[in-house]
Design a protein around this ligand. Sequence first.
Ligand code: CIZ
Ligand code: SF4
Length: 315
Amino acid sequence: MLFIPTLISLGTSMDLAQKIQQLKKEKKAIILAHNYQRPEIQDLADYTGDSIELSRKAMNEKDAECIIFSAVDFMAESASILNPTKKVLLPRKDAKCPMAKMLTVNQIRQAKTKYPKVPVVLYVNTLAVCKAEADICCTSANAVEVVNALDADTILFGPDKNLAEYVAEKTGKTLIPLPSDGYCPTHLRFQSDEVKVLKMQYPNAKVLVHPECTKEMRLIADFIGSTSKICSYAKESNIKTFIVGTESGILHRLQKENPAKTFYLAFENAVCPNMKRTTPKDIYLSLKEEKHLIDIPKATAKKAQISLERMFEIG
Ligand code: CIZ
Ligand code: SF4
């Protein structure tokens, strides 16, 4: 029962795949796909991973001049900030993360005025203009480490309230959520009751949950981690069956990397519509017409880069 609603991989036609390969060579391009992308996009990509893993891959690809970043807006922005000499293209302009939109520059500035000595930690799921206002960024893979490393007991943290709550539990620090109720609509849909039903069917299964899920999901989890950490946990574990609480796209990578293991999505409709906008045809058009170029004003990019680099110094 590996169920991904309406997203059965149809693959990419030979013709289209060949054209993409040809254009990739001509443009000295690489294709990076987030773990939540459609299976056929993951299969086309040079690398699949989480947003920062992918940005760092791009940094190591010295000969690449162009990066097709198949994901959502803030991820392509991070790749562009970290790879200022390369063209970064987001194949679908309308692939936008609703959680990233929940935080505005004004909200950050107001919070800074209200709490002048409190450091601002922003999850990478923020737009570049917001990253530019942060003291440091974090991902779901290193948020606990980043907050622990700061010489402060109270921290402004945004935009995901669930991640803030999880990091507060792990570090014992006070995290003030910014905004007060930021969330990922896809991860919010997971419910512990559905996991309990699956656990009855598969009593030996381990439950792997993303920290963007609610507390009731975290309480039922055997392991809480980012997509990259969920992938390494599944690979290293001796267990053969897993119930997974994150976006559906991850199942393709998990199954591909662990053919002898079985993965069940904790909620069948855990689909992020923005992550699923991009199709192989969009990748082709993006390469051919060099669209949509991420173009962040230099001053903003520079400040956002500092927030990201501070994170790398820790994590
Ligand atoms: O940064 C990423 O890639 C996100 C948002 C998800 C994850 O946990 O990998
Ligand atoms: Fe944003 Fe959630 Fe979609 Fe990730 S899964 S891109 S956090 S809406």
